[in-house]
Every structure is written in C-alpha cells, then in structure tokens.
Design a protein around this ligand. Structure first.
Ligand code: TRP
Length: 378
C-alpha cells in the first residue's frame, strides 16, 4: 500500500508542505470539507468554527452522514486523544479547543484517550518520565474548560483491563502486513508498535460496546492519526459496530515557520507553562515573520500574514473573525509592522494563558470527576 503513496499521513513531518495536505488526505480516502458541508455545520451548530473557516480542520470521513443522523435525532459522541511525550505547547491545544466547541455546540459526550503507553513503545522515553507528563498534560487539556459531566478521560494504563479485552477483538482482524504498510513498520520494529493501533481503536466503539447499542462516534484528529482510524473503519463493522466518522486537521506551523511544533525543541513552540517574559522573548527572537527586512520596506510593500507565526497564532485565538481580518489587512498593507504584530499576538496569548491558569486549581481538585467510568454511560 505504501508503494502507491508517495507520502502517507503518518509521514507528516517537519518538511511537510502546506500544499501537500489536501492531496495526501484525499489519496488516503478522506474528503475535503466543502461549502455544502460547511452550510450543514452552520445549520446544526449555529456557526462554522473559525478553525474550519481558516482551513485548519480541512478534511473528514463520513462527517456528512454523521450530521445527517444527528439532524434526525441520533446523538453521537466525540473521541480524541493525546499521547504524552513532553510538555504541551499551543499547537497541541488546537484540536482540543476545536473539540470543546463541538462538544458544546452538539451537547455530546467526549472521551479523551490518554495513551500513556504510546510513546514508551514508539520512543526512547522511560515510563517514569511519561507518568510525570501524563498528569500535567491532562491538567493542561482540562484547563480549556470541558464540562465534567460529559467529559471522560480514559488513561490507557489505568484502564488497561477494559482496553485490552476490547483491543484483542480489534487485533484479531489486523494483519502484520496491514500495519507494516499503513505505518511503515519494519520486521525489526518492536511488536508493541504492531499491536498499539488496536488500543487506539477501542474508544471509537467503547460506548456502543458498553451500552449494547450502536452510538455513532466522531473523532477530531491531526492528519498523522488518520492511518489508525482508516484501520478502525475497516475492522469495526466486522465486530458489529459502525465506522467512526472523523474531522481532520493540519499541523500548526512551528514558531520558526516550517513543519509542526515539536516537543523536543524548546524554541519550536510556545509552551503552556512559559511565563509572559519567555513568551515575549520567543516571539521576538524566533517567531517566523512574514514582514520585510526594514521598516521602510514594510510600510511600502506590506507583510505576508499567511506565513507569519504571530499573525496566525493571534488569528487562532481571536474568536472575532472580522477583527482578525482587519488586522490581516492592516498587516498586509504595511500599516502594522512586524514588531507590532508580535505584540498583538503576545497580548492574545498571555490573555489566553491567564484564562487557562485561572481554571487550573478547580480542575486539579475535581480531577476524579473527569475520569472514565463505564457506569457513566449505562
Ligand atoms: N496517538 C495520539 C498521539 O500521539 C493520541 C491519540 C489517541 C489520539 N487516541 C486519539 C489523537 C484519537 C486523536 C484522536 O498523540
């Protein structure tokens, strides 16, 4: 299978180009979110989230069908996740911000799988270290303000019995050659990697399995996760469950401009625990700018906001799209200078972080309320 694809979604890396997203997604079998689907979303959700408008969430699998069902009264649930590997940065929160919007607009349950086993298998990180990040990552995610009654954090290591028993049902239908071609694994890779995708499939049918009737599932994820769910969609019908639907995002470019933000390079992103001084320094020192070299040139020729980290980050955090497009114009036409753009982004980011921080104590106190418990679905 890999032979037919020059690049698979799994290979999305630092060198991945904006122009390749649509091709890779559609070649792999996803569809681009078109105007018709946007109208459908607007109709049901009351608005089209800016991440869709800006093309960050740009593709889907069977979202049209899922919404059709919803319109007829079939509630779905949401499933997304995070594999702790280090501290979280702004880019990591994007899918969760979007998922929160979906949860609120459609008033549905949400399962967040925390795959604290994943990076142990796939990377060279100790279990002790991962445990530390697991807790802080969960806190970071929950500080976005998810509703406790409808949010279910499913930590792999804490729910291993449940996940294993359902996971083997999936595993039984997946061959080594499928996993090899979809994820590019080799015979020399450890067998944990071969099995892992079975575990990531489970939350896509767990509500149906617990309740005994089929509940549709919608999974928001970044494009590198698509191979997992392409496999889930093949297997789940064989187990009597529906194929999960999905909504797929691009990666947020790193501070330095190209590729995704990486957890291993401090200067590649703005971390959730960066203080305002650090944020300002990182923006001024590293942020890839679409501005010109000199002030005179910038005034005369204007900037290219599309590639500008500060502008894009500001736009992501600005719910008022009219306001953001005004800034876009002013920056593009040279009225706003790069340094000023960075300060606009700075204000937005620090304001956002303050909101997150203000929720942390409450979230920490009530952490247990969010934890996955099958009885909450019965
Ligand atoms: N594999 C994902 C990661 O590396 C974590 C994850 C598990 C996930 N289940 C998911 C992501 C569902 C999106 C949707 O972070």
């Amino acid at each position: 299978m890999t032979d037919e694809h020059e690049i698979t979604p799994w290979d999305v890396s630092d060198t991945f180009q904006e122009a390749q997203y649509e091709r890779v997604a559609t070649e792999f079998g996803a569809k681009i979110i078109d105007d018709h689907l946007k109208d459908e979303i607007r109709d049901l959700a009351g608005e089209v989230h800016r991440f869709i408008q800006y093309g960050i969430f740009f593709a889907h699998r069977d979202l049209d069908q899922l919404l059709d069902g919803y319109r007829k009264g079939r509630k779905f649930y949401l499933y997304t996740g995070r594999g702790p590997s280090g501290k979280m940065h702004l880019g990591h929160l994007i899918p969760f911000m979007f998922t929160k919007w979906l949860q609120e607009r459609f008033d549905v349950d949400l399962i967040i799988q925390i795959t604290d086993d994943e990076k142990y298998i796939f990377r060279d990180t100790s279990q002790e270290e991962l445990e530390k990040y697991t807790r802080s990552n969960i806190l970071d995610i929950l500080s976005l303000g998810f509703k406790p009654e409808k949010t279910h954090i499913l930590v792999d290591s804490k729910n291993s019995g449940l996940l294993y028993n359902y996971g083997i049902k999936v595993a039984k239908h997946i061959t080594a050659s499928t996993v090899k071609s979809v994820f590019g694994l080799k015979d020399s890779d450890n067998i944990g990697k071969f099995f892992f995708t079975s575990i990531q499939s489970v939350p896509a049918f767990i509500v149906s399995a617990i309740t005994g009737h089929n509940v549709p599932c919608l999974i928001p994820y970044a494009i590198d996760q698509d191979p997992h769910f392409k496999i889930s969609r093949d297997i789940l019908p064989k187990l009597g469950y529906e194929k999960p639907a999905s909504i797929i995002s691009k990666f947020i470019p790193s501070l330095k401009g190209s590729g995704k933000m990486s957890s291993s390079d401090e200067s590649s992103g703005i971390y959730l625990d960066d203080d305002s001084k650090t944020i300002k320094r990182k923006l001024m020192k590293y942020a890839f700018s679409g501005g010109r070299d000199t002030m005179e040139e910038q005034r005369r020729l204007g900037a290219n906001p599309d590639v500008d980290f500060a502008f894009n980050t500001y736009r992501m955090l600005e719910p008022d799209m009219a306001k953001a497009s005004k800034i876009y114009e002013e920056y593009r036409s040279g009225q706003i200078l790069s340094g000023e753009m960075k300060m606009i982004a700075y204000e937005k980011i620090t304001g956002f972080f303050e909101t997150l921080n203000s929720r942390r104590d409450t979230v920490m106190k009530n952490m247990d309320d969010y934890m996955f418990n099958p009885d909450r679905f019965r």
